[in-house]
Design a protein around this ligand. Structure first.
Ligand SMILES: [Zn+2]
Length: 175
C-alpha cells in the first residue's frame, strides 16, 4: 500500500473537530472514526478517546504551522510525533495481494493510528512538499486538507472549493 495514503488518517482525525461540533465527543464518535479502517478495529476505552483527542491537537498544530508558512515548526512537530510513535513495518501478503507493507499491527489503537497518520503525512510531505497542507479559509469551517494541485493554490477544503476550481472533469452541459 502507498504509505502516503495513510495521510488520510491525519485528515480524518483532525477534521472531527469543527465549530459546529466535536465528532470525538464520546466513544461512539471514536468508533465511527475507526469504522471501515482495516486493522484499527477493536474495543476502545475512555483513555483511548483522550489519547486520540490529544493526537488530534498535535496533528492540527502541524497544519496550522504549515498554513502560516512556518515549515520548520511544522516539520519539528511532525518529527516529534514520529519519535513518540515509532513505525513498525511488516511485510504482509494476505488475500492474494502481492507482498505489501503494513504498519504497526500491535499496540494500542491510538498508538497504531498515530504511527500511521504521522508516517503518512511525512511521506506525503517528502513526496510533494509542505505547501499543500492547508486549512479551509471559509468562515465556520476548520477543515484541513492536502492540496495536490500542481501549484497548491487551493484555499478551501473540498466541500468549499467552487466547482470550477476542482480538478474533476467539468459537469456535462445540459441538453
Ligand atoms: Zn471548508
Amino acid at each position: 500500500m502507498d504509505l502516503s495514503s495513510y495521510a488520510d488518517l491525519a485528515l480524518d482525525l483532525v477534521n472531527t473537530r469543527q465549530p459546529s461540533g466535536d465528532g470525538l465527543g464520546d466513544l461512539d464518535g471514536l468508533q465511527a472514526l475507526l469504522a471501515h479502517r482495516p486493522h484499527l478495529g477493536g474495543r476502545v476505552t475512555r483513555r483511548d478517546l483522550d489519547a486520540m483527542r490529544e493526537l488530534r491537537d498535535e496533528l492540527r498544530a502541524v497544519f496550522v504551522a504549515a498554513d502560516h508558512g512556518d515549515e520548520e515548526d511544522a516539520a519539528e512537530r511532525l518529527n516529534a510525533l514520529l519519535i513518540q510513535h515509532p513505525v513498525h513495518p511488516q511485510l504482509s501478503g494476505h488475500d492474494a495481494q502481492g507482498w505489501h507493507l503494513h504498519l504497526n499491527e500491535g499496540g494500542s489503537i491510538p498508538d497504531r493510528y498515530a504511527a500511521r497518520a504521522a508516517m503518512g503525512l511525512a511521506v506525503h510531505i517528502s513526496d510533494r512538499g509542505m505547501h499543500g497542507l492547508g486549512i479551509c479559509a471559509t468562515a465556520d469551517c476548520e477543515r484541513v486538507f492536502l492540496d495536490t494541485t500542481p501549484d497548491a493554490s487551493r484555499r478551501h477544503c473540498p466541500a468549499h472549493t467552487p466547482a470550477n476550481h476542482q480538478s474533476a472533469a467539468p459537469a456535462p452541459l445540459p441538453r
